[in-house]
Design a protein around this ligand. Sequence first.
Ligand SMILES: [Zn+2]
Length: 259
Amino acid sequence: MLIDAHVHLDKYGDLLDEALNEIERERIFTFATAMDAPSYLELRQIAQRSALVLPAFGIHPKRAPEYVARLRDLSQYIETSPAIGEIGLDFHWVKDSSEYPAQLKVLEYFFAAAREQQKIVNLHTKGGEKQILDLLERYDIKRALIHWYSGPLDILRALVQFGAYFTVGVEVLYSESIRTIAGEIPDHLLLTETDNPGGMKWLKGVVGMPADIQKVVEHLARVRNSTPAAVSRTVHANFSRMIKDDPWLRDTHSLLSGS
Ligand SMILES: [Zn+2]
């Protein structure tokens, strides 16, 4: 089974039916990350339409200032969500540094909950890679997915040492620096994502679809001197291992074991 471990399914609008059909037809396990509370509620509805869709609750760092004063309101969503994301830090695209304390506060609130509730976290790290590593260590978050990593190579290696997983996405089709990163990630920590529909939109101005995950796998195979089938098997095995004893993801684990 193909693994798309970071997707914004609620952003498909009129193309949602087509996206879900593609997910079912190509058998793509889909880790559907939220941006905020309304986005999570929508993902829960969407997930009822496909067993391949895992809805997750998170507050994107860009949205942190809106939620920082009402963190307790988030608990009801965190508690019902089987996984956490998208959460993280963005000290790159968010230029206004007065927002950074709010980002940190929201992230730490989620990390504390993830540790207590034994949930996996799906992370945005742009410009805050080192701080994320420090917080993962401090909160002892063992099962973390780092999405679309594009930061410094020394921090990448430290995150590898820590045991974080990395989702390589559609930029591997176009960027030398992402290919370098994709070549650095050890086999046992490699995952794949599309970040669609926005991933391809941001890179090429076209709406990305779920099946783009196949192109990611093909390009990863080239970068890693492997084959698409072998990369796909590795990624599947990695995701499956990461959630093996997760009390929230038993159904997901059996779904992956059955394919
Ligand atoms: Zn995202």
